[in-house]
Ligand binder design. Structure first.
Ligand SMILES: Cc1ncc(COP(=O)(O)O)c(C=O)c1O
Length: 455
């Protein structure tokens, strides 16, 4: 046991069930308790400083001490702490947020629906794809395609789209009607000598074949993160989305962009969809929508999708879906202020100003003996650790090399996240300065060196 009896850690272990945690290991290890945050740094309950190299869970874009967000929440709590948006009701902050969001949304999105988490947004987007096809009189067109190693959350439908064993094992997932196509990871999945463009062509052909084999009249939607996040930061190969989208159009399959991580500047543009030329019929976003200060997510749809919904809802008498807290006025006020800060502080220029340094330092680390590939775009990236750089052979899973690097980084004062396959995800707050990027990579290098010496 590494905590004192009756300490906060002991009480944590006594009463709490932690997500994504080995429950029995937690009983002896206990929690790392974060007490406060400032800028890009967190401080634990003993005062030790950590640079948050994953922006919480890819979400705290504005760092941990943005007073404007605190003030926005406080003011809204004092004015109207809750009122819902069911049955023709609305509130000022949610109206202003919707207008601003559609104002910056990628073409051709026209209407927004609010939920509370990325997973809820994904489940809602799946329901929307089904509702759309029912509205068009195509009740068979319901299957959803996602990609191997995708992460789309943990709810029953979202967790079925997520194609990572650790999310599905033991939970009877995936549900039926969910298909998984190839991962756009050139480093791992391309053939010897295959260019990025040729690899993209092959993935698009495979998708086309999958839809044909299943029957295009049975396939409703294709869900994709512009850059796969939790599955290991897979940057799509050149021309990937240019080749995927005509396949979807040909078969009348909806393109759903899951921008839960990529949205709001992460890839160097407001949306990953802009970075990769995606024209989504439906888009999900969350996380950086409120810099994670309060839970809120959104699903945006195009005008043709909305028109079909409006007709169907008239027939049924009701658009029968919604969450009590969807469009919560306090979350909406914080999200609205977040979007105002992105504009007033020109967050895109900030990201573009430092992302070169960030990507350079990732790619320099590709020379490290443990690193097979350093990849990324904008202010997100990853290191894929390998036992043999030439053959790309992975370390035996039992060695837990990725988690070991992350543990050593904690000791160095840096928080990162291990993704499956010994991949280290890096995704700092968007407000990070160049000098802080250097601190991040210096601490990461120290953690890699230490892990190498321990192997
Ligand atoms: C791309 C993507 N979609 C959906 C989700 C699920 O979001 P949440 O954890 O808020 O339910 C995540 C979470 O990391 C994500 O990265």
């Amino acid at each position: 046991m590494s905590y004192a009896p009756n300490s906060p850690a002991a009480r944590d272990v006594a009463y709490m069930l932690h997500p994504y945690t080995n429950l029995s290991v937690h009983e002896t290890k206990g929690p790392l308790i974060m007490a406060r945050g400032e800028g890009v740094y967190l401080y634990d309950d003993e005062g030790k400083e950590y640079l948050e190299g994953l922006a919480g869970l890819w979400c705290v874009s504005l760092g941990f001490s943005e007073q404007r967000l605190v003030d926005a929440a406080t003011k809204q709590l004092q004015t109207l702490p809750f009122s819902h948006i069911f049955t023709h009701r609305s509130t000022p902050p949610v109206i202003e947020l919707a207008e601003r969001l559609i104002g910056i949304a990628p073409e051709p999105l026209a209407k927004v629906f609010f939920a509370n988490s990325g997973s809820e947004a994904i489940d809602t987007a799946i329901k929307f794809a089904w509702y759309y096809n029912n509205a068009l009189g195509r009740p068979e067109k319901k299957k959803i395609i996602s990609r191997k190693r995708a992460y789309h959350g943990v709810t029953i439908a979202g967790g079925s789209l997520t194609a990572l064993a650790y999310v599905q094992n033991g939970f009877d997932l995936p549900i039926s009607g969910v298909l998984h196509c190839g991962t756009p990871c050139h480093y791992r999945d391309s053939l010897p000598g295959e260019s990025e463009e040729d690899f993209a062509t092959r993935l698009a052909e495979e998708l086309d074949q999958l839809i044909i084999d299943e029957g295009p009249e049975t396939v409703a939607a294709f869900f994709a993160e512009p850059v796969m996040g939790a599955g290991g930061v897979m940057v799509p190969p050149k021309t990937y989305f240019d080749k995927i989208q005509p396949v979807l159009k040909k078969h009348e399959v909806l393109m759903v962009a899951d921008e839960v991580i990529c949205g709001f500047g992460r890839t160097g543009n407001m949306w990953g969809s802009e970075t990769y030329g995606i024209r989504p019929d439906i888009l999900t976003c969350a996380k950086q929508l409120s810099s994670a200060y309060l839970p809120i997510s959104a699903v945006m749809i195009s005008q043709p999708v909305y028109d079909a919904f409006a007709e169907q809802a008239s027939k049924l008498g009701n658009f029968g879906t919604g969450f009590t807290y969807g469009g919560h006025p306090v979350s909406a006020a914080v999200a609205l202020e977040t979007l105002k800060i992105y504009e007033s502080d020109d967050i895109l220029s900030q990201v573009r100003g430092v992302m070169g340094r960030f990507q350079d330092r990732i790619r320099q680390l590709a020379d490290h003996r443990l690193v097979g590939e350093g990849r990324g775009v904008g202010l997100m990236g990853a290191l894929e650790l390998v036992a043999d750089k030439d053959t790309k052979e992975s370390f035996p899973a039992a060695l837990k090399v990725g988690p070991q690097v992350v543990e050593n980084a904690i000791t160095e004062g840096l928080i990162l996240r291990p993704c499956p396959g010994d991949i280290i995800g890096i995704c700092p707050p968007l407000i990070i300065k160049e000098s802080e990027i250097d601190i991040l990579f210096d601490r990461l290098t120290a953690a890699l060196d230490k892990t190498e010496s321990q192997l």
